[in-house]
Design a protein around this ligand. Structure first.
Ligand code: MG
Ligand code: MG
Length: 255
């Protein structure tokens, strides 16, 4: 299927994106000390169903996955970078939580993630989150007609590196539309001037994943899904689904 979407299709993707953004807002609001990740997952499931949408992550099994994903959201706490399973863990004061959510509405997918601290934030963690959000903003700003994918990747990776953080360089964003993960790959690091040309109607998920301590290394948890930082330090993940239009980048995953 073509990577290029019409304005009408982008408008439909905006509606799917709205469901995702509103779900993330509901989860964030509820994510207090003592609340379990499973409770947050149930809340997300309820919100997505109420909106007439379908969760994109539940039972998702890409080729590389040993088992289907068991949750509606990914809930990644502290050293978990991405793909955390929403289990019975109860949030503690100062935990850094990354929530990723995907949903289908009328056959179109939205995908977004947000990181925040539960309760009292260590300034070091807040700075990491701010840097991740800033890297995402840089990436979005580079999602313009005439740029190449390498320009966008460099915008993300350069921002993270300059700020002294590690990042998951071999994981990144993706094209999105009728399926959640589609062509083209959207790397989190790269070289300016390389890669495919960004063209009108391309819709991509942009998602920097930053790690404290400046190292990129990570490992797979025994649960087959969670990616954890090798140094045991905290990580953050921010994501938006973005359309490249004649008027510049348009974020589709907003409330
Ligand atoms: Mg996501
Ligand atoms: Mg994604």
């Amino acid at each position: 299927m073509s990577m290029i979407k019409s304005p009408e299709q982008i408008a439909l993707m905006r509606e799917a994106g709205r469901v995702v953004a509103n779900t993330l807002a509901v989860v964030r609001e509820a994510a207090g000390v003592g609340v379990s990740l499973r409770e947050l997952d149930a809340l997300a499931a309820e919100h997505i169903a109420k909106a007439g949408a379908t969760p994109a992550f539940l039972d998702y099994r890409p080729r590389w996955a040993a088992v289907p994903f068991p949750g509606v959201i990914c809930a990644s706490v502290n050293d978990a970078v991405v793909h955390g399973i929403p289990d019975g863990y109860r949030l503690q004061d100062g935990d850094l939580l990354s929530v990723d959510c995907g949903a289908f509405l009328q056959g179109w997918c939205g995908d977004a993630a947000v990181s925040f601290v539960v309760g009292t934030a260590d300034p070091v963690d807040q700075a990491l989150i701010d840097a991740t959000d800033a890297a995402l903003a840089r990436g979005i700003d580079a999602a313009r007609i005439g740029n190449k994918m390498g320009d966008l990747a460099y915008a993300i990776g350069g921002a993270a590196r300059r700020a002294g953080y590690g990042l998951l360089a071999d994981h990144g964003g993706h094209g999105i539309g009728r399926t959640m993960h589609a062509e083209p790959p959207v790397p989190n690091d790269g070289r300016p001037g390389r890669g495919i040309k960004l063209t009108e109607g391309l819709v991509i998920a942009i998602e920097p994943m930053l790690i404290l301590g400046g190292k990129d290394d990570y490992y797979h948890d025994d649960d087959e899904w969670t990616l954890r930082s090798a140094n045991g330090r905290r990580a953050a993940h921010s994501e938006h689904t973005v359309a490249i239009t004649a008027d510049g980048p348009v974020i589709l995953t907003l409330p």
